[in-house]
Ligand binder design. Structure first.
Ligand SMILES: NC(=O)C1=CN([C@@H]2O[C@H](COP(=O)(O)OP(=O)(O)OC[C@H]3O[C@@H](n4cnc5c(N)ncnc54)[C@H](O)[C@@H]3O)[C@@H](O)[C@H]2O)C=CC1
Ligand SMILES: O=C(O)[C@H]1O[C@H](OP(=O)(O)OP(=O)(O)OC[C@H]2O[C@@H](n3ccc(=O)[nH]c3=O)[C@H](O)[C@@H]2O)[C@H](O)[C@@H](O)[C@@H]1O
Length: 437
């Protein structure tokens, strides 16, 4: 099947390469020339495990190309929309201008019978507006909404072996043909037994934001428990293990710490609240305001803890921050809790050095005033306080004895509850964490 993918960022680049792996011929379209050039040369423009190898393999088949020219989408039968839907500046709502522009760019190159498949995360109602637009300008083209659930750091596997497919459809014969076509695209995964749910357009759009809202709520729930643990001397990691053993609750997404960041959960819950307000249903999602507030409070608590540990002031104190990415195995620094804490401490007068195995270039672009180093030893050298902001395996594996000689003072705050407190305390460190005695 010939496929086009509009938007070759974290979602689209992985999707394009994976579609080749599934046997299709793909053109990836993006408006950023440098990104297209890098991808066409087999260089992933961001860090995603497995993507460089997959790109190389896909390019070698001759069935994958990239372009900035939307006209290259002509001749494809299925067109995926994977462009960004960031938070509007100064507002909670999603900025839909990239989705609108991609649809505008695509329409002149569509042929009768083509299927447009929306994958970007959008406020409910967006798909219906696009469908109306296609009805007017390309009436023999069908729109499906097929939200994406991949996680950064696991994107390749999540795309090739997803937990489920959701197809949002309109009513009618054309939709049955479009569904059959999307089934052909995903034939390999469907044959492996991946569940498929066919819903109306509104439900499909809601499934996506509901899933992300649930995940964000689960994280904020455990972080609220961490606040209680801090007030009582209890241990949130044991609490999570204990409640997580109940199958109905489950242990996943109960890791307390600095909370959620990234290009998705924070902006998606805010956009969902904004859309609910427009629909006159804001009360239904008022709990998400609290989910957001609990999440942001963890960052403030981390800075307060640093101040407490340093005897009341962080001004001119040397603090090493391990981690800049919003989560391990990614170089994405969008709304990164670790970076936000580092920046806050710097703004409050601390002398902060940040390191990360992959995210330093992106972090430097975002916060050029922070000091960045490429390796953990340089970050630790002379530090009066060490703060773990992202649980990269190499930080989890640090030997507290070995790194003792690098720092000025042995003080560590584990912002991700990822270290063994006993090992650090036994090596003479003052160990503090969020929600753990
Ligand atoms: N990053 C993730 O893990 C996931 C993201 N999503 C959703 O997917 C969408 C994309 O997210 P990301 O890939 O993270 O964003 P991104 O910002 O990494 O990538 C978006 C890409 O779209 C390109 N673009 C903008 N306008 C365009 C146009 N008119 N034509 C072609 N390309 C255009 C941009 O240049 C950029 O490269 C968002 O709605 C996001 O919420 C959904 C699931 C997972
Ligand atoms: O819509 C999206 O883009 C994606 O958003 C999230 O994926 P992602 O943002 O890649 O990362 P997650 O693994 O969900 O982590 C998000 C944040 O929550 C934090 N987190 C996660 C789990 C946990 O127990 N505690 C916790 O604080 C992570 O450190 C990270 O900052 C969802 O997990 C994906 O299913 C979804 O497709």
């Amino acid at each position: 099947m010939r496929i086009s993918v509009f938007g070759c960022g974290y979602l689209g680049a992985v999707h394009a390469a994976c579609m080749v792996k599934l046997g299709h011929e793909v053109v990836g379209i993006d408006v950023i020339e440098a990104q297209v050039t890098a991808l066409a040369e087999g260089r992933a423009p961001f860090h995603e495990p497995g993507l460089p190898e997959l790109l190389e393999e896909a390019l070698a088949t001759g069935r994958l190309r990239f372009s900035t020219d939307a006209a290259e989408a002509a001749g494809a039968e299925v067109h995926f929309v994977c462009v960004g839907t960031p938070q509007k500046r100064g507002e909670n709502a999603a900025d839909l201008r990239y989705v609108q522009a991609a649809v505008d760019d695509l329409i002149p190159h569509l042929s009768p019978g083509d299927v447009v498949v929306g994958k970007s995360t959008v406020p409910v109602g967006t798909a219906e507006n696009i469908a109306a637009r296609l009805w007017k300008d390309a009436p023999e083209v069908t729109l499906l909404w097929n939200p994406e659930f991949l996680r950064e750091g696991h994107a390749v596997d999540d795309t090739l072996r997803p937990d489920r497919f959701v197809y949002g459809v309109q009513a009618g014969e054309a939709d049955a043909r479009a569904v059959a076509r999307l089934d052909e695209v995903y034939a390999v995964a469907l044959a492996d037994g991946t569940p498929k749910l066919v819903t109306d357009l509104a439900t499909a759009q809601l499934v996506k934001v509901a899933a992300n809202s649930f995940l964000a709520t689960k994280i904020s729930f455990i972080n609220a428990m961490a606040e209680l643990c801090e007030a009582t001397g209890a241990d949130v990691t044991q609490l999570a293990d204990a409640i997580g053993l109940d199958d109905r609750i489950g242990r996943r997404f109960l890791d307390a710490g600095l909370g959620f960041g990234g290009g998705c959960l924070p902006k998606d819950i805010r956009a969902f609240m904004a859309r609910a307000g427009e629909l006159g249903a804001d009360q239904a999602l008022s709990f998400l305001r609290e989910v957001d507030a609990i999440n942001m409070r963890r960052r403030v608590r981390m800075v307060d803890l640093a101040r407490e540990e340093l005897g009341g002031s962080i001004v001119q104190r040397r603090i090493a921050v391990l981690g800049a990415a919003f989560k391990p195995h990614s170089d994405d620094v969008r709304d990164s809790p670790a970076l936000s804490v580092a920046a806050q401490m710097q703004l409050q007068g601390a002398s902060v050095t940040v390191t990360d195995p992959w995210a330093v270039p992106n972090a430097r672009k975002k916060w050029p005033d922070l000091t960045f180093v490429d390796n953990v030893e340089d970050a630790l050298r002379g530090a009066e306080l060490v703060l773990v902001g992202t649980e990269w395996p190499e930080y989890v594996a640090l030997d507290p004895e070995k790194v003792s000689r690098l720092v000025k003072d042995r003080r560590i705050i584990d912002g991700r509850n990822c270290l063994d407190p006993t090992a650090w305390r036994d090596a003479g460190w003052t160990y503090r964490a969020l929600g753990r005695p």
